[in-house]
Design a protein around this ligand. Structure first.
Ligand SMILES: NC(=O)c1ccc[n+]([C@@H]2O[C@H](COP(=O)([O-])OP(=O)(O)OC[C@H]3O[C@@H](n4cnc5c(N)ncnc54)[C@H](O)[C@@H]3O)[C@@H](O)[C@H]2O)c1
Length: 661
């Protein structure tokens, strides 16, 4: 059967042969067993809904085994035999190119070179799922192959509810992931409802088909590291940046450190992950012996080398031994997956990797207590380094949140705020998001390198033109992104689809997209998918991350994210998504995103102007209303250039009126 026929077939009538787990692939750890016998039966009958009755006898046994062995039903047998990667759009069977582009993006999210646990349909973050099982994948691809421009596919937490009549201007796909009745949105409930097969953790760009591999995050991390060094007034050369994690997003840190020109030391407990990143060239050197690592770092410091070094082991070993050996850490952070602390996101100190994985399923309570103990030690060591002058920031991975829950000394004197800033509070919020600068990205659906090169050139030209009249306040951001795009190709950032990212504000995004649309119209490049990370100005309400620099009390509300995605859906998005969870954990964040397929038409140009303008400025307006000065500046500027934009601005209250209250 051809690739196209397999896509069109969906769930096959004749079951494919059962396949063994591929040992060369990084598999998800066994999930905690949370279901009672009655609930297990429900989970199995839920899974069997996808199959003809004639298969129920065989599959009920198989799914029950999967549930017992892995804690979830992935339906491994249904995993397609074709290679999973983003093909050129021409290779997809589809009646509309919009659907073809979405298929391409889905396959990219499941490519083994891109995804963290590809066979469990997890793209990144330990639990960031594209679908819950392979039946959902097959059904979704089938629907996409048959849909027309008057239909919209509804995806509820990976489950394709079906194709519904809509219209040409409506999104082709509407995705929601993990939306819960708020009182049921606890981590415990997630495990249960996910095991039942009725919800999933879509992370941010995993369940919305917009992940582009670690490249996407290299850029944001580079901007963060560059601005962190600006914050402490240090030239990165010869300075040490210590962090952890070489996974989906964290794997970008060493490369970002190299681009920012410092010495990056990054711990990673999983040897498979270390090997992958090393072989992909994302890390320069690997050490397993801490004494050797210390020697190497001393040499790198004295030579002011630009180098990235992985330590295969626990991050706590680095903090501990660097303290003992007086290795000064200029900047410290952490990117273990603490949004997912009990299921393998954070490996506690003193337990080897395999024993830890066994303990997660065999003795989850003991594992939890080990994580908490480890976090206490972890925070204590960071405190000691900070007393020596290290600048530590939380990288939005819920490190401070989980450390505080474990009882660590991480609170400021007021007992309410943390003593360390999150990278958004100190860096990304005031320097980027409030001005509307955020992670705009695009994918060349022709899958051709030459298209990507041309789009790099176009984007660079647009930014250089805009730079001439850009205000002083945003010139640094503009320049960082011009530098970035100029060297993006030579930094070999592409893994998977031919994608690129840069930070731009509303005008930058609109102008770049229009220039691409123009180039498509002139047949200079093929169809482009526009999108962004959810980790952006407007798409995400997350009190300890994206909206952590909102100080009017509204950071615990999620109106912005909801408005953002609804607004995108009727202004021209090809697909929209809204998620509970992502980055900092289930119940801790609501985030949304979009994908927009542009084909070179006038219609597309209108959609670009309308949707991208809203997609950025609704968040800038909200940030301005929260009295953030950079956002007030940016939204006033936006109002000047578009008289249809009329935003409510805040009035400042003088302190004297509040004194006696
Ligand atoms: N990169 C960013 O810009 C960014 C932004 C916001 C949040 N985050 C957060 O960072 C976290 C990491 O994301 P990811 O996609 O890389 O997750 P991931 O699960 O793919 O990678 C985390 C890695 O940390 C390793 N690890 C866990 N405990 C460890 C320990 N004690 N010592 C050393 N290594 C350990 C794991 O083996 C894993 O490979 C997530 O919580 C994510 O939400 C990242």
């Amino acid at each position: 059967m051809t690739f196209k026929d397999q896509i069109k077939e969906g769930i096959p009538n004749i079951l494919p042969t059962k396949i063994d787990l591929d040992p060369t692939i990084n598999h998800a750890p066994k999930r905690e067993e949370v279901l009672s016998i009655t609930e297990k039966k429900l989970a199995i009958s839920n899974a069997l809904r996808y199959f003809d009755k004639i298969h129920h006898k065989e599959l009920s046994k198989e799914f029950s085994d999967e549930l017992n062995q892995f804690g979830r039903i992935y339906m491994y047998r249904l995993r397609p035999s074709y290679k999973m990667y983003a093909r050129s759009i021409e290779e997809y069977p589809c009646k509309t190119k919009q659907a073809g582009a979405i298929m391409l993006m889905i396959q990219n999210n499941l490519n083994k070179d891109v995804a963290q646990h590809p066979h469990e349909l997890i793209t990144y973050g330990g639990n960031g799922s594209v679908f819950q099982n392979w039946a959902q994948y097959r059904l979704c691809m089938k629907y996409l192959s048959q849909m027309n421009n008057n239909q919209t596919l509804v995806i509820n937490s990976g489950h394709p509810l079906g194709l519904f009549p809509s219209n040409n201007n409506a999104p082709r796909v509407v995705v929601s992931n993990g939306m819960m009745i708020p009182n049921y949105s606890s981590k415990e409930n997630f495990e249960k409802f996910n095991a039942l097969g009725v919800t999933q953790y879509g992370q941010m760009t995993a369940g919305s088909y917009m992940y582009i591999g670690p490249q996407g995050i290299v850029h944001g991390t580079t901007i963060t590291v560059l601005n962190a060094f600006r914050k402490i007034n240090k030239n990165p050369l010869g300075k040490v940046f210590v962090t952890s994690g070489l996974g989906g997003m964290s794997g970008a840190q060493p490369k970002a450190g190299n681009i920012a020109k410092c010495i990056t030391v990054c711990a990673e407990v999983n040897d498979k992950v270390v090997k992958t990143r090393h072989s992909q060239g994302w890390i320069d050197e690997v050490f397993t012996d801490i004494a050797e690592l210390i020697k190497r770092v001393k040499v790198a410091k004295s030579n002011e080398e630009v180098v990235s070094i992985a330590f295969q082991g626990n991050i706590i070993t680095i903090w501990e031994e660097f303290y003992k050996h007086n290795i000064f850490i200029d900047i410290g952070s952490d990117q273990t997956s603490l949004h997912n602390p009990w299921s393998g996101g954070y490996y506690p100190y003193g337990l080897d990797f395999n024993s830890a994985n066994k303990m997660i399923s065999k003795d989850p309570e003991l594992f939890k207590s080990k994580v908490k103990q480890s976090l206490l030690l972890h925070a204590d060591l960071i405190n000691k380094h900070c007393q020596r002058g290290t600048y530590f920031f939380d990288y939005g991975n819920a490190f401070l949140l989980e450390a505080s829950k474990a009882g660590a000394d991480v609170f400021a004197e007021d007992g309410i705020n943390f003593k360390f800033p999150s990278y958004v509070q100190d860096i990304m919020g005031p320097m980027c998001f409030d001005y509307g600068f955020g992670p705009f990205r695009w994918v060349c659906t022709s899958n051709k390198q030459e298209d990507l090169d041309k789009t790099d050139e176009i984007a660079c030209q647009v930014l250089e033109k805009l730079m001439v009249n850009s205000p002083e306040e945003t010139k640094v951001q503009m320049q960082d992104n011009i530098d970035w795009i100029k060297s993006a190709k030579s930094n070999y950032l592409v893994v998977g689809s031919k994608a690129r990212i840069l930070y731009a504000d509303s005008i930058g995004r609109v102008e770049i997209a229009k220039a691409f649309n123009n180039a498509i119209a002139k047949n200079k490049i093929g169809i482009i998918v526009l999108g962004r990370d959810h980790h952006d100005v407007s798409g995400t309400d997350s009190p300890y991350r994206e909206t952590s620099n909102i100080y009017d009390g509204s950071k615990f509300t999620a109106d912005m994210a909801i408005q953002n995605v609804i607004g995108d859906s009727f202004r021209g998005a090809t697909w929209v998504s809204i998620h509970n969870g992502g980055g900092v954990g289930w119940g801790e964040v609501i985030n949304g995103g979009f994908g927009m397929v542009i084909e070179g038409s006038k219609e597309c140009e209108k959609k670009i102007e309308s949707m991208l303008h809203w997609d950025v400025n609704n968040g800038v307006a909200r940030r301005g209303w929260a009295r953030n000065s950079a956002a007030i500046f940016a939204i006033k500027k936006a109002m000047k250039s578009n008289s249809d934009l009329v935003v409510t601005l805040p009035n400042e209250v003088e302190d004297k009126y509040l004194k006696n209250i």
